[in-house]
Design a binder for this molecule. Sequence first.
Ligand code: FAD
Length: 494
Amino acid sequence: MAKRQKIVVIGAGPVGSLAALYAANRGDDVEIYELRSDLRDPSTTPLNFTKSINLALSERGINAMRHAGQPKLIEHVMGATIPMRGRMIHGRRANGALYEESQDYDVHGRSILAIDRGGLNKRLLDILEEMPNVTFFFNHKLTGADFRKNKAWFEVRGNGAATEGQQSREVEVDFDLMLGADGAHSAVRYHLMKYTRMDYQQVYIDAMWCEFQIQPKTTAPDASLYSKFLISPNHLHIWPGKEFMFIAIPSDDGTFTCTLFAPASLFEHLESDPTGAVIPPFFDKHFPGVTALIPPAELIASFHRNPHLPLISIKCNPYHYGSSVVILGDAAHAMVPFYGQGMNAGLEDVRILFDILDKHARMDELSAGADPSASRERALAEYTAVRIPDAHAINDLALQNYVEMRASVLSPVYRLRKFLEEALSKYLPSLGWQTKYARVSFGNERYSEVVARSEHQGKMLVRGFVGLVGAPVLAGGIFLLLRYKRAVDVGLRA
Ligand code: FAD
C-alpha cells in the first residue's frame, strides 16, 4: 500500500477547501493554511474582505462537489440556492415607459444557481472539520517556499482585527505536495516562479465594481421565500448601459446583491461630488427603475461605503513544479466575473487534478515499490498540459462576455443567433447544437472544445444564411442578366 502523503493546502477559500476535501477523502494527511481568521467565527471580521456576497454556481462547480465523496455537501449546497433561469433585461422605451424582457438561458429549462459565497465556504469548512486527517491553521500567511526541499514558511498572526501591532512568529512546515489555492494575488504562484520558467500575463481591465443591495419587500417572519422579493428572484437582472452595467442576483433572505460595473473614469466622475448628488440622476438615466428599488439616499450611502474594486485577468503557464507544487483556482487563472465561471472553473480544476493524480497512482500500483513522487510528477505535468488551454479559453470568454452583457443583449444579430441555435437545439437535438452559454454553464465539456464547437456553429450559420439569402439573390441576378442580354440582342437585331 502507498505511503500516506502530507498535503499542504494554501488558502481556505472555496477552491482550497474543496481540494482539501478531495485530498482528505484519499486518506492523505491534510493541513490547510489560511491567511485570515476562521470565517465561521463571529467574533472576528476577516481582514480586507473584498469578495462579492453571492455568485452564480453552475454545472461545473456542482459536478466537482458531486465527486467530492460527500453526499451531504451537495445536498446542503443545492438546498441553499435560488435557480436563475435567465437574464431579465431592464430598459426604457422611446416613449419613456419602463420595460423588462426575460431571456432564458436554456431552451431545455436548465438554470444557474444563486448562492451565498460565505455559506458555501462555511459548509465546506464544517465538513473538513469532521475529518480526522485534516488540520486547520488560520492566521497563517505563506511567506516563503522551497519547492526542491519541500519546505514552506508561514508568518503566524493574531486574530483578525487584533493583528495590527501584535508580534508575529514564523513557522517552518514540510510537505509532500503543496496545493496553492491562495487567490488572484497568490504567494504560492510568486514562489513557484522562482523554480520554473513561468509565462505570466496580468491585465487589469478598464472596469471597477461596487456593490449595492435591494432590500426585501417584507421581513415578516411568516412570509414565504418568494413573497419576499421586490423583483423576480428567478432571474439575473441586468440593466445594460453599453459602456457600463448594473446587475442584481437574489439571496435567500429576499435581498438582491447588485453590482455596478463601469470604467474607472466613470467611478472618478461619481466620486468627484462628495454629496453624491450626481449618483441618482446617473442611475435614472442609464439604469431605469433602480431608484424605485434602492432609495436614492441608500444608493449614495452604498456607493460611498462599499469598496470600489478593480478586475484582474491572469494567465500563466505552467501550473506546477516537479512533484511538489501545483496552483489552482484564481491563483492559476483569475478571470473577470462576466461568465460567472471563476469559482466554477476553480472547483472544476480540483476534480480534474484529482482524476489525473488518481489515474497515475493506479498505474503505479501495478508496479511494486513505485515512488509516489515520480507518479505525482507525471500527473502534475499532465494536469498543466490539459488544463491550461481550457483555463485560457474561459479567461477569454469571460472578457468577451462583458460586451455581451452590457451591449450585445440588445443587438438584433445577437438575438437572431441565439434564436436559431436554440431552435436547432430544441427541434433537432440529434444535431447536437447548443448556445455557447449553455455549453459553458450546463455541461462539463472542456472550455477549449466549447470555443471550437461554437466557432464551428457560427460558421455553419453564416453558410446557411448565405445559402438561404444568397441563392435567391444569385438566381435574381442571373435572371436580370439574361433579360438584359436578350434586350441587347433584340436591340442589335433591330
Ligand atoms: P479565493 O476565494 O480568493 O480564496 C483564496 C484564499 O487564500 C483566501 O481565503 C485568502 O485569504 C487566502 N490567502 C491569500 N494569500 C494567502 C497566503 N499568503 N497565505 C495563506 N492564505 C492566503 N465566480 C463564479 O463562479 N460565479 C460568479 O457568479 C462569480 N461572480 C463574481 C463576482 C465578482 C464581483 C468577483 C470579483 C468574482 C466573482 N467570481 C464568480 C469569481 C470567484 O469569486 C473566484 O473565482 C473564487 O472566489 C476563487 O476562489 P479561490 O478559492 O481560488 O480564491
